[in-house]
Design a protein around this ligand. Structure first.
Ligand code: SAH
Length: 371
């Protein structure tokens, strides 16, 4: 794989970056506002679409920054309305995002890394390891690509865009901290796509220093923490990261996050039959989480070949939820959507990457994609 080209991605520019570039190129400052509007709001895909700019300036811009961060290589709709996108980066890396419509809005599940280094046992993204961090422009570019698709639909509003973002695609957002935060600032800035910070959720496997740093940003983003087990031993068997930051340390950081930001944390808990779905785990979970102001989101396991586990039956899931609710912990049971689109984390990329690789890299778990 060759290195990413040095020319920066326009999608990752904040208004101040455009001002700086205009100053460098010796053009008046009002051009910066035109550029921000053209790129971040109108989502221009070619410089020539920005007809308010003089041709010579457009030419100068083309050599300074790149308007096309990603190419859509595959769209996979599933009958429940979910569409999964497989996107190619400039260096050929493949990433995924998933568009999930609900009654009144569209949610986009965004990737922050190509692959993932954390290797949670049931997650397809970790199966091939980490290829690289995504640039801010590649994170924003997924939202741009989805917005363009929405705008192209018959009768769509010219400013259609996903209104909710969850950073729950491939990768660990807090392990690519600077690029993720820059992307959030670009997506949130006035005059661009302007997605509300409270409509963006960062999901972490429990990178404690990242949670502590995020608490200091003065942002209103939502935080989800993937817990998946109420004790360190079980958690370590599912999530190697748990050996680095034990539950007590993680929950202390979560409590501080809430105290500092006022945001209520959601704990993600993937239910695996016979492993973490029993009454004893529900009891432990209540003891652990009751002191915190939090929510729990239960997700029945989405099957992944190579992980020898299954989702509990509906009754067990409901019983687990009921127990938590009775303990006054606000709990949702989310059914994973888009299964037909291989929508569980990393599955589409894994399938495509698997096509290209004879065998997984040495040391990697052999996780075959879900067909
Ligand atoms: N690295 C981040 C975000 C990506 S994963 C994190 O760990 O939170 C988003 C969520 O999907 C996590 O809670 C993850 O554990 C969960 N997940 C991954 N694979 C899954 C599967 N096969 N079934 C159910 N949930 C899964």
């Amino acid at each position: 794989m060759h290195a990413a080209p040095a020319i920066p991605l326009a999608a990752g520019f904040l208004p101040d970056d455009w001002k700086q570039l205009c100053a460098e190129l010796g053009v008046p400052a009002f051009r910066a506002a035109q550029l921000w509007h053209g790129v971040a709001c109108r989502l221009a895909s070619e410089w020539d679409q920005m007809t308010t700019l003089p041709a010579a300036f457009r030419q100068a811009l083309a050599s300074r920054c790149d308007l096309s961060a990603l190419t859509v290589c595959e769209r996979k709709p599933s009958p429940d309305g979910v569409t999964k996108f497989l996107l190619a980066c400039r260096d050929g890396e493949r990433i995924e995002s998933v568009l999930i419509p609900s009654r009144d809005r569209q949610t986009l599940c965004v990737s922050t890394q190509a692959g993932c280094a954390f290797r949670c046992a049931f997650c397809a993204s970790g199966a091939l390891g980490l290829a690289r961090d995504l640039e801010a422009g590649e994170i924003v570019g997924q939202v741009t690509a989805a917005a363009r698709e929405l705008r192209a639909a018959p009768g769509a509003a010219p400013d259609a865009r996903p209104e909710n973002l969850v950073f729950m695609g491939m990768g660990e957002p807090l392990a690519n901290y600077d690029n993720t935060l820059r992307a959030i600032r670009v997506l949130n800035a006035p005059g661009g796509l302007t997605i509300g910070a409270r409509r963006m959720t960062i999901s972490t496997c429990g990178v404690v220093p990242g949670i502590r740093r995020l608490a200091e940003e003065g942002l209103q983003v939502e935080l989800s923490v993937s817990l998946h087990a109420p004790d360190d031993r079980l958690r370590q068997s599912l999530m190697p990261v748990a050996a680095r930051w034990p539950i007590a340390e993680l929950l202390a950081a979560c409590a501080d996050y809430t105290a500092r930001t006022g945001r209520i944390i959601t704990f993600e808990y993937t239910l695996v039959r016979g492993l973490n779905d029993q009454r004893i785990q529900a009891e432990q979970l209540v003891r652990l989480l009751r002191p915190l102001h939090c929510r729990i989101n239960l997700i029945p396991l989405s099957p992944v070949d190579g992980f020898d586990g299954r989702a509990p039956d509906a009754e067990t899931c409901a019983r687990f939820q009921e127990f938590l609710e009775q303990a006054r912990i606000n709990t949702t049971l989310r059914h994973s959507r888009g299964r037909q689109a291989d929508a569980a984390c990393g599955q589409l990329r894994l399938r495509r990457t698997g096509d290209r690789q004879a065998s997984p890299r040495t040391g990697d778990r052999q996780v075959a994609p879900k067909k």
